[in-house]
Every structure is written in structure tokens, then in C-alpha cells.
Design a protein around this ligand. Structure first.
Ligand code: NDP
Length: 329
């Protein structure tokens, strides 16, 4: 049997174009023991795929040039040599951008076409829905009454984040890139929807979140991230889900490589020591012992003379000290 697939033809530097992909006709291949032949009905296209078109930098293995683009699909079983799957079953698979494919029955998951429309299994009931669920509930740890700000709010992940946050009892603010999307967010019950292509984003967020943001769910990065970060409340949580504004840049923007926060699942956590006075007894016990055992050593830089205090202070900024800077009065 012949079928068609779309391959990655080359690794794009910036925005992928038509030459990035190649549509070819191929043989489907033989149906082996334990395998199923699937006719794809819906193919998922996802922002993460852009990262996998690069040689490095994605959190997942790069796509192979010259091979069909892998990805989530919903299809129908046309023929089965797998005991658990029958012709006509609807399944979710990772067959990617092809019309038909043969794969191991164990690698696919049956979905119930009566319980929900098939496309939902690639969206709200699939990977994006789960991203929203885990990202918001487990990482964002929303509390009723808190204010959530989500970017990319009209998309697959963002629209679900906002709605789960409403279920939890948060006040929900979302941003998206058109008037139609803003209207959609209103329909979904968002408390405030911002069109980030109109007006000043920082002002719009400040108006929408007068007491600040408790949870920022980032799908976009760049300006959205900067604006949100500057308007976070104390002890807020920033869930770094994605930074789609960066995916087609030839080189990262200047500044800290924030994409690492997503790709390496980093926790960046600020703290102020005075909030942790409950640890003072532990600190004094451990540090006294370590100092006595000479396992922790220290130095001081001592500036003599009360009148030299300002110089000693300023020396901190030119690196005059090793260890603790002090003034001997
Ligand atoms: P979406 O359905 O949100 O589609 C992408 C949307 O992003 C577009 O519709 C567009 O909406 C917006 N967008 C595109 N370019 C820009 C830009 N330069 N600046 C601002 N917005 C832009 O995609 P998903 O819901 O699938 O993914 C959303 C985010 O979640 C992505 O960053 C993705 O990488 C990430 N993700 C992360 C996962 C994880 O495990 N960490 C898993 C799944 C997704 P608009 O018109 O509003 O600009």
C-alpha cells in the first residue's frame, strides 16, 4: 500500500518555510506480528516541534532530517495483528505527519470516539491539556482568590490553564494576540483578557492585576515574562511552560538564557534570610561545630578607622574584600 508522509527536509535557521518540509509518497510497509496499520485522521502540530528541528537545544531528541516528522496523531485501525486492538478502533499514536503508518500495537492507546470528539484527544484531553493541568496545579499551586496571569491564553495549553484556574477559584487574566481571541477568553470566563498587540502590555497587566500577580503561567517568554516578573507578588510562582516568541530566533536574545529554565526543568527560587528565623537554632548548632572542626574556614578584610567606613562600604563594589568586610573602630 502506498501512502504519503511529510519529512523534515532541512534544519531551519529561523522561521521554517516551505523548503523545510518535503511531501513524499512511500510504501506503508508490512504488518508484522503485534502491529497495527493505522489511517491517521488528525495530526498534531505543536510549538515544541520547532525545537526538535534544531540539532541541539530542545529538551527532546532532534528530529531526523529526511524522516517523517514524528508527533501525536489520532487515527483508525485499518488492520490489526495485535490482540488488544481491532479494525475500526480509534487510537492515539506517535506516528506523526503521515497519512498511514504501521506501528506496534503496544505503542498506541485506544480512545473513545463516543466519549469525546476525536480532535479533543490531541488537545484538551491530550498532551496540551495535561500540560495545563500539571503545570498549573502541581507547579503553580493555585490557592482560591489568587490572581493568575497566563500568556498564550487562547491557545491549546493557555485556554485550559485559565479554565482550571477558574475551577480552583482564582482570578484569571489572560493575554492573546487578537480581538477575536480576547472575545473567546471572555466567553471562557476569564476575568480580564488583554490583546497584547494593542497598547502597552505592562500597563494593561497592571490595570488587570492591581494587587499584582500570584501565578504567572508563561507560554511566550520575552516581554510577557519581563512584564509578569516585574508585577509578581511576594511568594508568587512563575510556571515556565514555554517561550514560543523565542523558537524561531537564529540566536538567543541577550540576557540570561531563560530557555534553560524550561528545557532543564530549573527551579529559580528567591529568598530573604530573615524569613527563615525558624532555622537559626539549626544554623548555630551546625556552623559552630563546623567552625570548631575547621571544616568551614573564613577570612575577614578589616579596614581600620571609623572615618574609613564609607570607603570600606564602597570597597564591596570594587571587590576590595576577601571574606567578610568589617571596619575596626
Ligand atoms: P498554542 O495553541 O498556544 O499556539 C501557539 C500560540 O502562541 C499562537 O496561536 C500565538 O497566539 C502564540 N504566539 C506565537 N508566536 C508568539 C509570539 N512571538 N509572541 C507571543 N505569542 C505568540 O500552542 P500550545 O498551547 O501547544 O503551546 C503553548 C506553549 O506551551 C508553547 O510555548 C509550548 O512550547 C509550550 N508547551 C510546553 C510543554 C511542556 O511540557 N513544557 C508542553 C506543551 C506546550 P497569539 O495570537 O496569542 O500570539
Amino acid at each position: 500500500m502506498r501512502t504519503r508522509e511529510i519529512r523534515l527536509a532541512l534544519r531551519p535557521d529561523q522561521m521554517p518555510g516551505p523548503d523545510t518540509f518535503e511531501l513524499v509518497e512511500v510504501d506503508v510497509g508490512e504488518l508484522g506480528e503485534g502491529q497495527v496499520l493505522i489511517e491517521n485522521r488528525y495530526l498534531s502540530v505543536d510549538p515544541y516541534m520547532r525545537g526538535r528541528m534544531r540539532e541541539t537545544g530542545s529538551y527532546a531528541a532532534p528530529f531526523e532530517v529526511g524522516k517523517a516528522v514524528p508527533g501525536g496523531t489520532i487515527g483508525r485501525v485499518l488492520a490489526s495483528r495485535h490482540g488488544g486492538l481491532a479494525e475500526g478502533d480509534h487510537v492515539r499514536s506517535g506516528l506523526g505527519w503521515r497519512e498511514h503508518g504501521v506501528t506496534d500495537g503496544g505503542a498506541v492507546q485506544r480512545v473513545d470516539a463516543d466519549a469525546a470528539p476525536l480532535p479533543a484527544y490531541l488537545g484538551v484531553l491530550g498532551m496540551p491539556g495535561m500540560t495545563a493541568y500539571v503545570g498549573l496545579l502541581d507547579l503553580g499551586q493555585p490557592v482560591p482568590g489568587e490572581t493568575l496571569f497566563v500568556s498564550g491564553a487562547a491557545g491549546a495549553v493557555g485556554s485550559v490553564v485559565g479554565q482550571i484556574a477558574k475551577i480552583v477559584g482564582c482570578r484569571v487574566v489572560g493575554s492573546a494576540g487578537s480581538a477575536a481571541k480576547v472575545a473567546y477568553l471572555d466567553e471562557l470566563g476569564f476575568d480580564v483578557a488583554i490583546n497584547y498587540r494593542e497598547g502597552d502590555l505592562a500597563e494593561a497587566v497592571a490595570d488587570a492585576c492591581p494587587d499584582g500577580i500570584d501565578i504567572y503561567f508563561d507560554n511566550v517568554g520575552a516581554e510577557h515574562l519581563a512584564v509578569a516578573m516585574s508585577q509578581m507578588r511576594q511568594n508568587g510562582r512563575m510556571v515556565e511552560c514555554g517561550m514560543i516568541s523565542q523558537y524561531n530566533l537564529a540566536a538567543p536574545e541577550p540576557g540570561p538564557p531563560l530557555w534553560s529554565v524550561v528545557a532543564k526543568r530549573l527551579t529559580i527560587r528567591g529568598f530573604i534570610v530573615s524569613d527563615h528565623n525558624d532555622r537559626r537554632v539549626d544554623f548555630e548548632r551546625d556552623m559552630s561545630r563546623w567552625v570548631a572542626e575547621e571544616r568551614v574556614r573564613w577570612r575577614e578584610t578589616i579596614v581600620d578607622g571609623f572615618e574609613h567606613t564609607p570607603e570600606a562600604f564602597l570597597g564591596l563594589f570594587s571587590g576590595d574584600n576577601i571574606g567578610k568586610m568589617l571596619v575596626r573602630v
